[in-house]
Each structure stands twice: as C-alpha cells, then as structure tokens.
Design a protein around this ligand. Structure first.
Ligand SMILES: [Cu+2]
Length: 480
C-alpha cells in the first residue's frame, strides 16, 4: 500500500475488533483457549485501512481512514484495525517482531522503557526482539512525528503478566505490588466483605475464567484530519503542531466535511452499542469475581472514566503501583496515561461509611446510625420484596416496586461529556461501557436468568462464558 491510489483501498474485515496475541510463555490457566497458543514471531505490517464507524449507514457514510499495525501471528492473519491487536506476554518473555513499513514515510514501533525500533523507512523490514521487562499494561505505538503517527492509529496494548505471585500471597497484575495493593488482592475471595473468588481463581462450574482482565484503550478519530494526512504526497510529513491545532482547536464549521476535531470517541476502536454491548469491553461477572481494567489513552483528549454500581481501586498509574490505592468511582486519564482500575465486583450498590468511602469504621455505623458493613443500608432504606404491598393502583392491584439486583447492567460513561457523542450530535454513540452483574456466586448454572435483549447483544446466541476473555471473535463490533 505504498502509493496514493492504494491508500484509499477499502479493506474488508472478517471478524472485527481487537484480536489478542499471546507471546512467549503462559501463566497456567490464563488464556486457555487453544486459539491463543503462544506465538514465536509477530509479523507486523504498518499499513492503512478504512473503517466504518458507529454511525455508518447507507444514507450517512461515516468511514474513517487510519494508519494501522496489521499483524500475522504464526500464519494467522489478523484483520487490520485500529487499535492493533492486544499483545500479552509474561514478565521476562522475549517478544520477537518482524516489522515492515508499507506506508510512504518513516514509521516505528515503540514501547517506552522496553523497545524502540527506530525509524523504519518505506518498504523496509526490521527484525528485532525485546524482553518484556515491566509488568502491567503498556501502549505500543509509533513515536515518530509525535503525536501524528500515534493518533493516526498506530497504537495498541501490550499486557505483561507477572511470572508468579509474591511468596505466600495471591497474584496481582504486578510483579512488585505495594503492601496495600497486595492486601486488596489477598482479601479477594478470602474475607467476609469480599466473598467469592480471588483474582487468579477461576471456577469451571460457573464458567468463570481466572485472571479476569479487560483493556480499555481510548482514542479519538477525526475522519477529516486523518484523510488530509493520508492524502499527502509520498514523503511529505504532516506538521505535528498543525495536527494538534486542527485536532483540538479547529473552529466550528457548519460543514461536517471540513471541521477536523474528533467525531468519534472509542474504546478499543468501538463506540456506542458496539462498545457497551461488547462482552470483551464491558466487564461482566457474578458478585465476588473481581476484575482489573487496564485503561490506556492513546489519543489527545482527557477522559474521566466513571463507573456506576461499584467503586474501584486505582491500583496503578503510569507504571507506579499505588502505595495507597484510592477507592473512587471516577478517575482522570490524560493523553498517554496508563491507569488500572481494580473492580471488586461487590454487591451493588456499594455504600459510603462515616469516613466517606472505604472499609468499615469504628463505630460500624453510617451517618444514619445503620451498620456500614455488610453494606445493607440502601437495602434497609428502600428495597421492597417482590409483591410487597406498598401501594395500590386504581384497580386495587399491588404496584410492584421490586428492583432485582441481578442480572443487571450499570453504566460506565466518560465525564468528559463531548465524548458521549458521535459526529457532533449522536448522543450515546460515543465512549460508553458498563458493568454487568449476572448473578451471585452461588447461583447455579451459567446464564440461568431471563435473557433480555441487552444480554443477548452482549453475549450473542452462543452463551459461552469461556469466550469472555479468550476468544476475541463473534462479538458485536463495527466493521465493514
Ligand atoms: Cu453516571
């Protein structure tokens, strides 16, 4: 795809979304699917692609041009997409890359602190390897002509799992957790307030995988600006300051084909329904099945990812495992930030105590004099039993005010409000996700509940919990 004409070629996608590649060794029980046997060499082609965005339809063509890392792993061709595939390695693994630049300006593959390919010229192939020497979630990206090449789509997630837990402790996502982060993960599944499973623990009986984790790679796409950059004559480099001015500060124009600020706000390349009803983006689980969400912001906008139903611990910020992990329901993610949310999956709604939020205080009472643990105050206040007679309609029938606790989906949305839209106006077509509580740990069976439409969209027709984290296909995804 070296020349002008081919740059506009329309790439057909088979399955959509973010594929996952496991390199090197594997933690037992982690990503057990056969489809993800560890690969030896990753073939990476730096190329371009057109993608149908969330609002794309026959009367509203909403496509966006991207530069992408297209990968082939052990002969398996992974469809081109922005972002590139998730790469998962274990600490100390060797990641071998063969990178070909199929575009017509220099590009690179860079992981801060781990690897820098340096400039790869058009048509050139560079074969290199590096050691995954830092546990946690990282961005791989093109650091040349910063931030143009990265924001044009050349980025993806690299997850490095620790080799083993600290002696006498449970696994955390980190090789060297702080005492307080370790204490949270040790408490999962072994304390009265966090009954259920440890993070490292799965349960075949409920089809629950161990090491439950999600990637939320945020990005913002500007079809007009990206097309302008892609349309430059071969060898001409787009000025980065001009790029940032256009992306962040282009003046309002009533013509949708000229304004160059972002029109799409994505998690893992998806927006709106394709994000929220996507079981690979939106965490789902039973009470007592803690998950970690790795948030990586590859774009130029600040996001504030706000979760309902559960507070989460911010356990790592920009490679720093937190000494005193705060328990919050929203946290700001600046461009290039890397933030880990550890979500306990405790019974919603979680409750404040006399100290604000957090663990029980002494005395163990809330401001209303009710016990703060177990967190039952809101149940005490107003949680009518099914059929409870709290009022009658004009015909004398009981008005049922029951609200079930599960299965139930709560929203995750970005408090940076413009990101909730697409194309400047389509609300709810933006950067949204959620958290699904599908039941209690002691509920027999899997998906043993009435399947409303949102659950059907989330899980598809094949109700296979094993696919939740391992089979990155057959999920809702906006692609052509
Ligand atoms: Cu909200």
């Amino acid at each position: 795809m070296n020349n002008e004409i081919n740059r506009r070629d329309f790439l057909k996608y088979g399955i959509g979304g973010v594929a996952t590649i496991v390199v090197g060794s594997k933690i037992p029980g982690f990503l057990t699917s056969e489809a993800h046997a560890a690969v030896q060499t990753l073939n990476v082609t730096i190329t371009d692609a057109m993608k149908g965005m969330v609002t794309d339809n026959a009367i509203n063509p909403a496509k966006c041009y991207f530069w992408v890392y297209k990968m082939t792993a052990d002969g398996i061709d992974i469809p081109a997409d922005c972002p590139g595939p998730n790469i998962i390695a274990t600490l100390g693994d060797t990641v071998s890359l063969s990178i070909t630049n199929g575009l017509d300006e220099p590009h690179a593959f860079h992981v801060p602190g781990m690897f820098d390919s340096g400039p790869i010229n058009p048509g050139q192939t560079v074969t290199r390897s590096f050691t995954a020497n830092l546990s946690g979630a990282h961005l791989y990206y093109d650091n040349l002509n910063s931030p143009v090449n990265r924001v044009m789509g050349l980025h993806g997630a690299l997850i490095v799992m620790p080799k083993s837990p600290k002696s006498g402790h449970k696994f955390t996502p980190y090789d060297n957790p702080t005492p307080h982060v370790q204490a949270i993960y040790d408490a999962f599944g072994s304390t009265a307030h966090w009954p259920g499973l440890a993070w490292e623990e799965g349960d075949p009986l409920t089809n629950t995988p161990p090491f439950r984790q999600y990637v939320w790679l945020t990005h913002q796409a500007s079809p007009n600006l990206f097309e302008e950059v892609g349309g430059l004559p071969a060898g001409v480099i787009y000025d980065p300051q001009q790029f940032m001015n256009a992306f962040l500060r282009d003046p309002f124009s009533p013509d949708p084909n000229t304004n160059r600020i972002p029109q799409f706000f994505t998690i893992n390349g998806q927006c709106g329904h394709f994000c929220h009803n996507n079981c690979y983006i939106t965490p789902s689980g039973r009470v007592g099945e803690p998950v970690v969400v790795h948030i990586l912001n590859a774009g130029l906008w600040t996001h504030s990812m706000h979760l309902h139903a559960n507070h989460m611990y911010v356990t790592s910020v920009n490679d720093v495992v937190q000494t005193n992990p705060i328990w919050v329901d929203v946290f700001t993610v600046h461009p290039m930030d890397k933030v880990d949310y550890t979500i306990p999956f405790m019974r919603p709604p979680d409750l404040p105590n006399v100290r604000g939020i957090g663990r029980p205080d002494t005395p163990l009472t809330s401001l209303n004099g009710r016990p703060v643990w177990p967190p039952t105050e809101e149940f005490d206040v107003f949680m009518p039993a099914p059929g409870q007679d709290l009022g009658r309609d004009l015909n004398g029938n009981i008005i049922d005010l029951t609200q079930r606790q599960s299965p139930l989906c709560y929203p995750m949305h970005d408090h940076s409000e413009p990101s909730q839209t697409a194309q400047g106006g389509n609300y709810n077509c933006g950067l949204i996700s959620g958290i699904y509580f599908v039941g209690d740990r002691n509920t027999a069976g899997w998906m043993d509940f009435p399947m409303e439409e949102d659950f059907r969209m989330m899980y598809g027709t094949g109700i296979d919990r094993g696919c939740q984290h391992t089979d990155w296909s057959a999920r809702p995804s906006r692609h052509e």
